[in-house]
Design a binder for this molecule. Sequence first.
Ligand code: FMN
Length: 114
Amino acid sequence: MILFCLDRAALSFDCFSAAEHFAVNVLSAEQHELSVRFSTATADKWDGVAYDLWPGDLPVLCDCLANLVCRRESLYEGGDHVIVVGRVERLHTAGEGDPLVYFQSSYRSLGPSV
Ligand SMILES: Cc1cc2nc3c(=O)[nH]c(=O)nc-3n(C[C@H](O)[C@H](O)[C@H](O)COP(=O)(O)O)c2cc1C
C-alpha cells in the first residue's frame, strides 16, 4: 500500500480525486528538473516529457529509479489535504541509482551509508 496527501488547492485535485488509478515515479538524483516541472502549477506539465503509456493509458515517466501503478483504494479527509491511499498493482525498478531527496527546501541526494 502507498499513500500521498493531496492539496485541495492543487489544479490537479479533481483529476486525482476522481481517478481510479494513479502512478508514482521514484526520481533519481539527476532528475530534479522533472520534479521542479511537476511541482509547478501549470496545465502543460507533460509537454516534451518522455513517458510510457502503461495499461489503462496511464502515463509513467521514463528513466526513473522505480515506477508504480496503484489502484485508488480510499480517500480520507485531512484538513486542507485529502489523504489518498492506493494499492500497488504494478512495479518496475531500474536497479542501482541515487534517489532524489527534498529536505530543508533543497534538492539533495543520499550520501554514503554509515
Ligand atoms: C518537494 C515537494 C513536495 C511536494 N509535496 C506535495 C504533496 O505531498 N502534496 C501536494 O498536494 N503537493 C505537494 N507539493 C506541491 C505541488 O507540487 C504543487 O502544489 C503543484 O503546483 C501542484 O500542481 P497542480 O497545481 O498543477 O496540480 C510538493 C512540492 C514540492 C516541491
